[in-house]
Design a protein around this ligand. Structure first.
Ligand code: FES
Length: 135
């Protein structure tokens, strides 16, 4: 996110669902002891610690859960973090990107709540909580 080549992709969206809790999911996979590209080999543990610390410090973020997971299939673009359920992926995330990531999570949460409450009638489909991550 913070460096050159940063990218973000949105999963396909379809269907409707109740507004579930928002979470940040950080891949902490280490492939072949660090011999192959992976999120942990590229700094994922530091990113996860920074996310947890920031969420712990900010009462406004208390309803955003932080989780670790193993592999979104974008290992060479790690660290990879996803906003869920069904939200965007962020690649090449660094500790410096954490404030922006949290802002994106808040925005995603507001969108989910608006779609759940019926306040948003834009015609756009809400995020699909069951969407599979891209390979
Ligand atoms: S190791 Fe993180 S996406 Fe594969």
């Amino acid at each position: 996110m913070g460096g050159e080549g940063v990218s973000q992709h949105e999963p396909a969206t379809a269907g409707t669902a109740a507004a579930p809790p928002v979470f940040l999911m950080a891949c902490v996979n280490l492939r072949r002891g660090g011999q192959e590209p992976s999120c942990t080999a590229r700094g994922a543990l530091e990113v996860l610690a920074a996310i947890r610390a920031a969420v712990g410090r900010d009462p406004a973020l208390q309803d955003i859960a932080v989780q670790s997971c193993y592999c979104f299939g974008r290992c060479a673009e790690g660290p990879v973090v996803r906003i869920g359920p069904g939200g965007p992926f962020f690649h090449q995330v660094t500790v410096a990107d954490v404030p922006r990531l949290l802002e994106e999570a808040r925005r995603f949460q507001a969108k989910l709540e608006a779609s759940h409450s019926g306040a948003s009638h834009s015609g756009a489909a809400p995020p699909d909580p069951g969407a599979d991550p891209a390979p």
